[in-house]
Ligand binder design. Structure first.
Ligand code: ZN
Length: 175
């Protein structure tokens, strides 16, 4: 359960007064008794691109925690003010070297057990390769296409769900 009142947040970012914990709407939150700033623990949002070619799915091996060493869909975090579709294009380019165009929304996943370093909401788009050369980079140390019978160890429930969805919707010989 995400902490809605992180006690490690000591001072008001707006006026510097020590924060207190109090009930705001339905949750205990850190709040400033002086200027009424309230710290709302916003969900961390991730976005990924599902690229499929010849029945094979594009995956990257994660260099970073969480789930370092396992394979996931190319993905990244959405920062404040960013369009998730734009982030998906950028992250795919950085992690795989491929330029893609974003297609349909496949699903929005909710991960109740996400830690502070993981996304609790994950948006997955289908994407189509426009160009580029397959070349791992950024948070990925390998990038490759995998068929349904040759999948590596997958990171994240969302990646496993997406892979299952893909091969149920479209058996490998018809993708
Ligand atoms: Zn304040």
């Amino acid at each position: 359960m995400p902490n809605s009142a992180p006690e490690s947040y000591v001072y008001c970012p707006r006026c510097g007064t020590p924060l207190v914990t109090r009930l705001v709407t339905d949750k205990a939150r850190r709040a400033c008794p002086d200027c009424n700033f309230i710290y709302f623990t916003d969900p961390k949002v991730g976005v990924g691109a599902l690229v499929v070619e010849d029945g094979k799915i594009l995956l990257v091996r994660r260099r970073m925690m969480p789930e370092a060493g396992k394979w996931s869909i190319p993905a990244g975090y959405v920062d404040h003010g960013e369009d998730p579709a734009v982030v998906a294009v950028r992250e795919t380019l950085e992690e795989t070297g491929l330029e893609v165009a974003i297609g349909e929304l496949i699903n929005v996943y909710f991960n109740e057990e996400a830690t502070d370093s993981g996304a609790s909401i994950f948006i997955l788009y289908r994407a189509e390769r426009l160009g580029g050369e397959l070349q791992a980079g950024d948070d990925a140390d390998e990038a490759a296409f995998f068929g349904p019978d040759e999948l590596p160890e997958l990171a994240f429930a969302s990646t496993r769900d997406a892979v299952r969805w893909l091969y149920k919707q479209r058996p490998a010989d018809s993708v």
